[in-house]
Design a binder for this molecule. Sequence first.
Ligand SMILES: *Cc1c(COP(=O)(O)O)cnc(C)c1O
Length: 403
Amino acid sequence: MTDVPAANAVPDPHGRYGAFGGQFVPETLMGALEELEQAYVSARTDAAFWTQLDDGLRDFAGRPSKLYYARRWSESTGGRRIYLKREDLNHTGAHKINNTLGQVLLARRMGKRRIIAETGAGQHGVATATAAAAYGLECVVYMGAEDVRRQRLNVYRMQLLGARVVSVESGQRTLKDAINEALRDWMESVGETHYIIGSVMGPHPFPMIVRDLQAVIGRETRTQVLEREGRLPDCVIACVGGGSNAAGMFHPFIDDTPVRLIGVEAGGESRPGRHAATIAHGRPGVLHGMQTLVLQDADGQTQPVHSVSAGLDYPAIGPEHAYWHSIQRVEYVSATDDEALDAFEWLSRTEGIIPALEPAHAIAYARRIAPTLPGGAVIVVNLSGRGDKDCVEVARLRGGAIE
Ligand SMILES: *Cc1c(COP(=O)(O)O)cnc(C)c1O
């Protein structure tokens, strides 16, 4: 394996993770990114900022999240010890609140009264609207018109939480177009507005900020596994869409080279245009302000993506994952729609926990490799969110429509 630099060695001062990352934005946004970076650098070393965030994470979001020993699953493997990191137990049902709470506090520090965000399936929009409401900030969420139609319940939730949802009619009218529209809004409103991006992506310093805010997952896990097992885990597994729950889980383990880190992408239907496995099939390119791996055709046009789980449906990946892949520190694999659906049902029956379809990909892969690991191996799977939001869709796919 290549020498792995200290976890803090990236990004470099230009926001680059090896060949990836950077800032590929119009001139008008460079000032905003500079202001954000300065505000974050000052917040990062300010104990008062972290105390305020820790209070919010504890009292509002419900942290620390549990590390649950999956007893029946473990027993069925004949001696592997499998733990689930229960991010599904957070307020709003996923890890996304870790990021939005942190960035809302950052926005307040910067004196910004208005929050904007993009959302695909609506989960990040709901988490942003939730944090904005809790701290009394105005909130506008950009969402592709196609997603608005498909995700009525989340649109209603955001509105209930006081956010305005703007339906985006350009392009394919999905997440990618919503991000472009949010960036456009930000260009015109930087003075009073903070843009809360939903994953470890976009121009520097966003990937670093979101990673740092999600790293609470890995820090807690590290402490919890040490308490329970007296040693670090052998293997840590997380699903990868943009990559924030995985980056937050992996980052505190990056320097622990004996710990295998495995990111699971959406294999979809295992054919071109019908998956979202960016590390496996992407090529270097620029999208949404960053140099990263992008799913693109021969002409460099961004390819359509598909996954049964809306949260993994993104044609690129955070630059730090592209970097971890390039230095071979993290293994990237994929699980198909069918495997994720099976895992969704299987975990529900086996452990009494209904996972979101996104982490069902990580569960699926963990099921596949657990029996191949030595007896006594300690495996942690990040359960990034709960599956209530997916029940109607899974019922429909399984031929038992409930609506
Ligand atoms: C949004 C979402 C994801 C995918 O986003 P990442 O940035 O890759 O973490 C994964 N799991 C759940 C439950 C989500 O809501």
